[in-house]
Design a binder for this molecule. Sequence first.
Ligand SMILES: CC(C)(COP(=O)(O)OP(=O)(O)OC[C@H]1O[C@@H](n2cnc3c(N)ncnc32)[C@H](O)[C@@H]1OP(=O)(O)O)[C@@H](O)C(=O)NCCC(=O)NCCS
Length: 168
Amino acid sequence: MTSKITGPKELELPNFHKRKRKSTLDEKVADTAKMELNEVPAADLKNKKIKKGIVDESQVSVEKMASKKFEGWRIKLEGTVCGHVKFIPRVDEIFKRHVTVDIQIPKPQQGRHIGRYALQKAVVASGCSLFVAHLRKSNIASKKVLLAAGFKEVVFPLGNQLCMSFKK
Ligand SMILES: CC(C)(COP(=O)(O)OP(=O)(O)OC[C@H]1O[C@@H](n2cnc3c(N)ncnc32)[C@H](O)[C@@H]1OP(=O)(O)O)[C@@H](O)C(=O)NCCC(=O)NCCS
């Protein structure tokens, strides 16, 4: 009698991965921690609410840009870029040599006092000494920011915009 030669049979392993295992004490502790972590979204929401509000001065910083045409400062909110302040050199008959102020904050971040803190910090860090801003009379936000940074309204006979200046 001849027996049929077959290849080695595949070793059948017990299906361990399908078997439900009782969780250890360590795993139970980890599960509890995960449940606690699941509460984070609610805290996140709370944080987002805070983030939409007025910022603290310490959250705003300025970092110098590399430009030869103007003195530029990147505005950072907790390390993330959030607009710029530029001091652009000008000469005119009234102020002679000075810099004009250009400040921009992205729309969703406006009204949180980032602008005023950034301008104050940029003026302090700046190598310029006479700062002038020309703005539309309706630009209340800019006027408030400039006033907070110590700028004063001045009479500027050339043009009908509001003019404010600050001397270090
Ligand atoms: C002007 C600008 C830089 C101000 O930055 P900001 O971070 O929004 O300013 P702040 O939050 O520090 O202050 C703005 C103030 O104006 C108020 N404000 C904003 N828009 C206003 C409006 N349309 N009318 C009245 N008040 C307004 C804010 O409520 C805030 O008032 P508060 O001091 O009572 O809280 C920013 O709004 C911006 O980038 N605007 C567009 C570009 C521009 O106009 N640049 C100026 C060129 S010099």
